[in-house]
Design a protein around this ligand. Structure first.
Ligand code: PAD
Ligand code: ZN
Length: 368
């Protein structure tokens, strides 16, 4: 019986319990998790910011080893090492065929439902069904996921590093290299330098940005941002971050500005620090009732600014996960440096509580 961290209701700590896990059905695989990162989106489910059916096994940033495959699975075999994708991507629907796998029709429906592709979960405890967050449920020693939501990586890649690809890297790095149009020599601003924002920074550097202005309220986060490629550090508590970014960019603003927190105020700031003709990319997930107010004429038409949403780094997980694994082995993608705290499953509540702390980029649960 695997142990798992279950969110029963909004506002309560996760409960660590033994869970029943059904065998994989057709097109599914059972994965023994090696590691799972703790992402702000997990915290957002526990506090009601992100709507996800409860009670649920949380966790959506994981990597592990395939233990069993269901009927008809041909892309994976027991023993394969995989990164779990929290949007399973079918490769066949309208969105997948139009290069927007992150919006995959059956994958998104599954992720939202709290179940797998048939909208049912494989977890239960004491006879009570448990949902699984984002077709994943990686806060568990084992899980069952769709075979199209598990992507093979080299067997010698450390699973703690690989787990981070599953959300923070695909989302953050992808925001910079897929969603945004960063040109060589650009000036980029990144508002929010947590686990996802740090990956936006290293993605921006990879895309050729020359100046990368990191904005956060925490000096510890800013120091880490520098290690990931930030060239200028702005503590948002020291004054108006928009004015500072303007000053640092010759009064023009950033070519591309990213919001990686999920707050109305910082969304406004991000839009305002993008230059005329530039882009604001929204990555952070605000509460569902948060609205933005942008002057239509001045903001969009006269200044010709663009605002783009970014879901899962606009990633094709079947192509991007192996690519990131390769970049890591070539020393071109920093993953070990993101792991500031290795914990056991029992430490997950402390990790969620410490998320805002300056010293934590990512806490990673290691399963033995
Ligand atoms: P995190 O908590 O590790 O980082 C957030 C950072 O923002 C921290 O460094 C804070 O210090 C900083 N911060 C907070 N308030 C302010 C402020 N007012 N001004 C400046 N800095 C501030 O979170 P994370 O990196 O795990 O996730 C960031 C967001 O991205 C969060 O909303 C999460 O839900 C979202 C996300 N989106 C997707 C997607 O597909 N769009 C995927 C994964 C995560
Ligand atoms: Zn996440």
């Amino acid at each position: 019986m695997p142990r798992a961290a279950v969110c029963r209701e909004i506002g309560s700590p996760l409960e660590i319990v033994d869970v029943d896990l059904q065998a994989p059905k057709a097109g599914e695989v059972r994965v023994r998790l090696g590691a799972s990162g703790v992402c702000h989106s997990d915290l957002s489910v526990t506090n009601g910011t992100l709507l996800s059916p409860l009670p649920s096994v949380l966790g959506h940033e994981g990597a592990g080893v395939v233990e069993e495959v269901g009927e008809g699975v041909t892309n994976l075999a027991p023993g394969d090492h995989v990164v779990i994708s929290w949007v399973p991507q079918c490769g066949e629907c309208y969105f997948c065929k139009h290069g927007q796998g992150e919006l995959c029709e059956p994958g998104s429906a599954a992720a939202m439902s709290g179940g797998l592709l048939d909208m049912t979960s494989r977890f239960s405890a004491g006879g009570q069904p448990l949902f699984q967050m984002a077709a994943s449920g990686t806060f568990s020693e084992e899980t069952v996921v769709p075979a199209i939501g598990a992507v093979k990586i080299p067997g010698d890649m450390p699973l703690a590093a690989a787990a981070l690809i599953g959300c923070g890297v695909l989302t953050g790095f992808g925001a910079a290299v897929n969603t945004a149009d960063i040109a060589k020599g650009d000036t980029v601003a990144v508002v929010g330098c947590g686990g996802v924002g740090l990956n936006v920074i290293q993605g921006a550097r990879h895309a050729g940005a020359e100046r990368i202005i990191a904005v956060d309220m925490n000096d510890g986060k800013l120091q880490t941002a520098q290690k990931f490629g930030a060239t200028d550090l702005v503590n948002a508590s020291d004054g108006d971050p928009v004015a500072t970014v303007m000053e640092l960019s010759g009064g023009r603003g950033a070519d591309v500005a990213f919001e990686v927190i999920g707050l109305a105020d910082t969304i406004d700031q991000t839009f305002n620090m993008a230059r005329r003709g530039g882009q604001a990319v929204l990555v952070g997930v605000p509460k569902m009732d948060v609205m933005t107010t942008i002057p239509a004429a001045l903001g969009f038409v006269i200044m010709e600014k663009q605002i783009r949403g970014c879901w899962y780094g606009s990633s094709n997980v079947h192509q991007d996960i192996p690519k990131y694994a390769r970049l890591y082995t070539e020393g071109k993608l920093m993953l070990d440096e993101l792991i500031s705290n290795e914990i056991t499953l029992g430490g997950v509540n402390d990790a969620l509580a410490n998320m805002g702390s300056g010293s934590i980029a990512r806490s990673v649960i290691k399963y033995s």
